[in-house]
Ligand binder design. Structure first.
Ligand code: ATP
Ligand code: MG
Length: 286
């Protein structure tokens, strides 16, 4: 299987219909620690692209590169054909308008209410009349099942549960209807129902607005449920990448371990009845 490089022949410095973000040879070190070691990956336009990988492998670091929040030591990141490595802060500011990001730890403004936090990107950019902004905030609160929390709009982040904070962060990323949405572990710490709601919302948002989504997830069930493409970051490179079906066929030992720990160990194609009998035989034959 390819290491995640798209098959389009469009030159990297031209807008490509299929691949919205094309990453080549990204290296990133922090002091002595070499976190990203030559990442190559293509992100498919309008699709849900999942990144999986163990804790500390560099998933959050990788994602921050996509909108220029971190700068690589070497390598290129093309967004719609523009290499964003080396852009000025002003140019990066323009680029970031294409993006919404849901940070791993919500990253809300502590001194602002829920309403102000969610509305922030709109007020900063357009200074829209308050009523229109408030309506849009309430629409999102409803979609995220937060509207029934008493007094939600006036609450401060410290008055919310972890899961509620997470959904407020999600609403803030969605409010300006970005072209590209980056989600860093949007469902970690949520109960199964809230997880399903957020998963559904990621898919609906992708489908309704043709948003390109990049989702870091350590929930394999959810990754394979909502992903159009799945890539695994391991030892600084994208060790496995492809459609969910392709990835489930991979023999990469770490990937197989992830799948097995999530109860998804069997390779697709075996009959459920035969699988308990055949799987140990197949595994033993490797
Ligand atoms: N700003 C930074 N300065 C120095 N080291 C950093 C910085 N950001 C991340 N690192 C290091 O880079 C490595 C990868 O971190 P990262 O947050 O990307 O992991 P992750 O794959 O997102 O893990 P998790 O699943 O636990 O969120 C870690 O060892 C971390 O200590
Ligand atoms: Mg992380």
């Amino acid at each position: 299987m390819s290491a995640g490089i798209g098959d389009s022949s469009t030159p990297l410095d031209k807008r490509d219909e299929r691949w919205q973000i094309r990453i080549r040879g990204i290296n990133k070190t922090f002091g002595p620690q070499h976190v990203l070691r030559g990442i190559d990956l293509d992100i498919e336009r309008g699709k849900t692209n999942i990144i999986i990988g163990g804790s500390g492998q560099g998933k959050s670091v990788f994602m921050k590169h996509l909108m220029g929040l971190l700068v690589p030591d070497s390598g290129q990141i093309y967004v719609d054909g523009q290499n964003i490595v080396g852009l000025s802060e002003v140019e990066l500011g323009k680029l970031r308008r294409k993006f919404g990001m849901v940070f791993q730890y919500a990253a809300l403004f502590d001194s602002m209410t829920v309403m102000e936090n969610i509305a922030f990107p709109l007020l900063e950019r357009y200074r829209l009349p308050t009523k229109a902004v408030e309506d849009r905030v309430w629409e999102l609160l409803k979609r995220l099942s937060l509207e029934k929390v008493p007094g939600i709009a006036a609450k401060f982040p410290s008055e919310l549960s972890g899961g509620q904070r997470k959904r407020v962060g999600l609403a803030r990323a969605l409010i300006d209807r970005p072209e590209i949405l980056l989600y860093d572990e949007p469902t970690t710490g949520l109960d199964p129902i809230a997880t399903k709601n957020v998963d559904d919302m990621i898919r609906q948002t992708a489908d309704e607005y043709s948003v390109t989504s990049v989702v870091i997830s350590h929930d394999m069930q959810s990754a394979f449920r909502i992903g159009d493409r799945v890539s695994m970051l391991y030892e600084g490179v994208m060790a496995v990448s492809g459609t969910p079906d392709e990835v489930r066929q991979s023999d990469h030992p770490v990937l197989r371990e992830f799948l097995e720990m999530s109860g998804m160990g069997a390779k697709p194609g075996l009959q459920p009845v035969l699988q308990p009998v055949l799987q140990p035989v197949l595994d033993g034959a490797k």
